[in-house]
Design a protein. Sequence first.
Length: 297
Amino acid sequence: MATTLRLSLPTLTTSLGLVLLAGAAALLLAAPARRLAPDLPLPQTVLVRPGTMLHRLDGDYSRVGQPVDAPRQLVRIHRPLEIMRYQVTAADYARCIAASACKRLDQPASRGDLPVTGVSLTDATDYAAWLSRQTGATWRLPSDREWAYAAGSRFRDDARGLDADAANPALRWLADYDREAERKAAGGNDVALRPVGGFGLNEHGVADIAGNIWEWTSTCLRRVSLDATGRTLGETSNCGIHVVEGQHRAMMTFFIRNPKSGGCSVGTPPDHLGFRLVRERSWRDAVPEMLRRRLPA
């Protein structure tokens, strides 16, 4: 006696989804594993789940020709953010130099467990490219928003209380003075470097963020002009200057090391300027999590 099997559309869709996930898992297991270069330790990372934050946008804003603070907006991070737990160390960077993939620093750190500092934006991107080749993953600098999201409660609002309607420019000068005094009271660049981990972890498990060094981001300087109602009239971008993050947000020129090429970006980067990287997550990273959600325990 023949038996007719009827599947509802939701059941069929779920079954097909499980089959596809199982197939993806099989491909993941069958694919060759990434091979690290000999003696190259894999960076420790932290996975920060997607979410939202109220964030003061980066950039120099003006309204009706007068400087104002950038607006605060609700920003959504749509994908999991995998970021290095620690800043890149002097020992990490030395491996890149030994591989002839990174330039030697003018003033190398005295200890390998200190964060690498005195690096230009090119130095940081050279290291990211080398690490990507060595690990088979894609490493890059975080954006301003990604860095702020990973910093969590340690991110400091850089508003100065500027108001375009204030006719007295001395109010702006006083705001700048008070802000700089607070930074100096907190230690500023006079704080001695500590070994990585010396500033502890934030609520996401990220170490030393907003500690005693600034970190490069991939975000270029934006200049935004607003009308009297706050509507954007125009925006320009200058990638000769990038946002750096640390005890506060600042702008830093794209330092290069070859003085023969000229330009305002020539020079040696500041001592307390380093970086950490974000690892781009691929479909291989997503499959195990999808399986955990779909398959019964």
